[in-house]
Design a protein around this ligand. Structure first.
Ligand code: SF4
Length: 344
């Protein structure tokens, strides 16, 4: 028996095809979208404005496809890391981060990652697969705290712009009036810079952009992030400069601060030069140590001096509060532990 197809994660156009297949009128696609994304029902049988005979027909081949998290770990600071199943033997992480004025979910886009950044636990897993739109959206919809969410950041496992087709379906569903109807300002896509995906994202989406930079120097960035060879930071900057970030849309740069590597004022000056002319902010991030990698987090004094240098140069720079350190908050740690547990 073939597997049922999942409705959750389908765009309105895709739901129109589903409706046609089931012999439903065209407007039924909008009704199904309503049940899925506004009322968030768990089953087709709950879609009561669709004739019961048609619902039965739909149920033969389709299911809603919302899957709850299989595990979670809660930090003392309120951060909760969830593990969602993503096909046989695969799991992805999502991190719910409540603060005083917002509730953010950090969402994964791939199982593993091809990009192999030196400092990243997900990169160490290698690449297994792209998540489907269903598996990406499910992290948001099946989150126990889903109704509290104010923001979503695509900053979890995987490189979102390396899975751009599925990402775009999810961005559409989150922002379309038939879907969640969110403002794009509530959504940030974080990338290390994948040329084709970045261009499409900048052209077709109004969501915020975050770029992982981590060093202003090409050789040093290359030693941390192999992508620098294919698409150097200076090309990312040139691309970004062609777009308007002065109004609704924001661009930020992520900078993990490593002890005695990229945490001195010479780096701060080089970063200021690189970002010259871009209205942006820089987020300094403390490094969460991972096994078998000798990199260490910089100390707070150096980070503060780095931040102050950028602020004095007119670049808004903050040190991101470190959350969930007691629950393996570094992306990829929990799913790696789960993989090892299954494999053992
Ligand atoms: S930092 Fe992001 S792009 Fe780099 S290996 Fe990790 S998940 Fe992939």
């Amino acid at each position: 028996m073939s597997e049922k197809r999942r409705l959750l994660g389908m765009t309105l156009e895709e739901l129109k095809e589903v409706a046609a297949e089931a012999g439903l009128p065209g407007y039924a696609a909008k009704q199904i979208a309503d049940w899925l994304y506004k009322k968030k029902v768990a089953s087709i049988s709950a879609m009561t404005n669709i004739a019961s005979s048609k619902r039965a027909l739909l149920e033969e081949h389709f299911e809603v496809g919302a899957v709850p998290p299989s595990e979670y770990m809660k930090s003392e600071d309120g951060t909760i890391k969830y593990l969602f199943p993503a096909g046989p033997g695969n799991f992805v992480e999502s991190v719910f981060i409540p603060t005083e004025d917002r509730a953010t979910l950090c969402v994964s886009s791939q199982v593993g990652c091809k990009m192999n950044c030196l400092f990243c636990m997900t990169g160490k897993q290698g690449f297994t697969k792209n998540l489907t739109a269903n598996e990406i959206l499910n992290q948001i919809q099946s989150l126990p705290e889903t109704e509290q969410l104010t923001n979503v950041v695509f900053m979890g496992m995987g490189e979102p712009l390396d899975n751009v087709n599925e990402l775009f379906k999810v961005l559409e569903i989150l922002t379309a009036s038939y879907g969640y109807g969110w403002s794009p300002k509530r959504i940030t896509v974080s990338t290390i810079g994948v040329a084709k995906g970045l261009k499409r994202f900048l052209d077709e989406s109004e969501c915020h952009l975050a770029v992982s930079l981590h060093s202003p120097y090409p050789d040093e960035r290359l030693s941390l992030m192999p992508i620098e060879k294919a698409f150097p930071a200076r090309c990312i900057i040139e691309t970004i400069k062609q777009y308007d970030f002065t109004h609704q849309r924001r661009v930020s740069f992520e900078y993990i601060v490593f002890k005695d590597l990229n945490d001195n004022l010479q780096h701060a000056k080089a970063l200021i030069c690189l970002l010259n002319g871009i209205p942006c902010r820089v987020n300094l991030i403390r490094f969460h140590a991972i096994p078998d990698v000798s990199l260490q987090s910089s100390d707070i004094k150096k980070m503060e001096a780095f931040r102050d240098a950028l602020n004095e140069a007119g670049i808004v720079c903050t040190i991101r509060a470190s959350r969930g350190e007691d629950i393996f908050a570094a992306c990829g740690m929990l799913s790696t532990a789960k993989k090892q547990q299954i494999g053992s």
